[in-house]
Write a protein that binds this ligand. Structure first.
Ligand code: ADP
Length: 153
């Protein structure tokens, strides 16, 4: 099954939304195959957000992402990268569609509750960035036979 990386950001941690955010992914039928809390240090964030390093708001994101620990999750499912991005909604929470995590619970561009990998290639790199190989669990849930049709798996 395809895997992707989700981060639960400090605004969501502050607001006590860890459980509700995890539930969105579980309710959809995705499988959590890796899960940890960590403090994101500067070097990790500089690597993770390297595509934004020239943006004026880059220092602010780094500061924001270290205000509390964050949760890293590896989530698996068919087309997990696209499915998880859709569940999160667009970057600007004010423009994110109702029904998405950002659309339902966010009002900010920066403090938009979650991070989700934007492609399969990025997901592989990001999962390796946040997890050791033995922290990702390959297991099959019996419920997959209900969540997917046999010819989809
Ligand atoms: P996404 O997280 O939706 O993939 P980006 O990779 O473009 O979006 O940006 C990474 C993160 O940087 C965003 O989730 C958000 O927290 C922050 N960010 C992006 N654009 C802005 C902005 N204009 N002002 C403040 N923070 C921003």
């Amino acid at each position: 099954m395809e895997k992707t990386l989700v981060l639960i950001k400090p605004d969501a941690i502050e607001r006590g939304m860890i459980g509700r955010i995890i539930s969105r992914f579980e309710d959809k039928g995705l499988t959590i195959v890796g899960f940890k809390m960590l403090s994101a240090h500067a070097a990790l964030l500089e690597e993770h957000y390297s595509h934004l390093k020239d943006k004026p708001f880059f220092p602010r994101i780094k500061e924001f992402m270290t205000t509390t620990p964050i949760i890293a999750m590896c989530v698996a499912g068919l087309d997990a990268v696209d499915v998880v991005r859709s569940l999160c909604g667009v970057t600007n929470s004010r423009q994110a569609a109702p029904g998405t995590i950002r659309g339902d619970w966010g009002m900010s561009i920066q403090s938009n509750l979650v991070h989700a990998s934007d492609s399969k290639e990025t997901a592989e790199v990001e999962i390796d960035r946040f997890f050791e190989k033995d922290e990702i669990f390959e297991y099959k849930r019996m419920l997959e036979n209900i969540i997917y049709a046999p010819d989809e798996r």
